[in-house]
Design a protein around this ligand. Structure first.
Ligand code: CA
Length: 227
């Protein structure tokens, strides 16, 4: 399977040869000439985004910010003509993983792309496995067989806790202490909300029967009996 790289760049004489070169080197590529197009394409999975900061409709910084809010965001290599040290520091603080000043040599870009993908693959490889569940703690993707859903960070923490406590009754109090570090339940039923959402995502994978509510005592996460 080849890596998917999205090139967000309005200058066709940069974007097109870049895309051709990357395809030749074995990557799947897409081109977004505007920020709006980029947002549309970002609803699909990408392993890496090459991001030009000067786009006609919105700034690359806004797009970078948007990207980093997504649950499973790709690595970002920023292309910039502005190259002061302040610019670079501020880009790193905003979550860019690497950058390259224009004009650049394709060979250098290729090495940076490869290094970023190696790094993200290392993080991704430490997937937690419990029975038929595969949870990626970096991206919060939960996979069972070929199906996948994306959890929120809290749902992922809850599920990890259930993995570690599988087969026994856990009380709300225990969950509250372990996941939220709280001794007392606040007035709102926020545990209930997170559990409801987690159960919904388990049901997307056909696995809701793993999580049982035990009336007024708590919850049991365990392998359902075969029927
Ligand atoms: Ca541009």
């Amino acid at each position: 399977m080849s890596f998917r790289i999205l090139i967000v760049e309005d200058e066709a004489d940069i974007a097109e040869p870049l895309s051709e070169n990357l395809s030749r080197d074995g990557f799947q590529t897409g081109i977004a000439p505007t920020g709006e197009k980029a947002r549309q394409l970002l609803t699909h999975h990408w392993d890496l985004v090459i991001l030009d900061l000067m786009l006609p409709d919105l700034s690359g910084e806004i797009l970078l910010n948007y990207l980093k809010q997504q649950p499973d965001y790709p690595s970002v290599l920023v292309l910039t003509a502005r190259g002061t040290i302040q610019d670079k520091l501020s880009l790193f603080r905003q979550g860019c993983d690497d950058f390259l000043s224009k004009p650049f040599l394709y060979e250098e870009l290729l090495e940076r792309v490869r290094a970023l993908l190696r790094r993200s693959q290392r993080v991704k490889s430490e997937v937690l496995q419990f029975e038929e569940f595969h949870l990626d703690p970096a991206t919060f993707r939960l996979r069972v067989n070929q199906q996948e859903t994306v959890l929120t960070p809290k749902e992922a923490s809850l599920l990890k806790f259930f993995f570690s406590a599988a087969g026994r009754l856990v009380s709300r109090k225990e969950i509250l202490e372990n996941i939220w570090g709280l001794r007392q339940e606040p007035n709102t039923n926020f545990i209930g909300v997170h559990l409801f959402n987690l159960r919904k995502k388990l049901s997307e994978l056909g696995k809701e029967s793993w999580l049982q509510t035990v009336r007024s005592s708590g919850f049991v996460f365990s392998k359902p009996e075969k029927t």
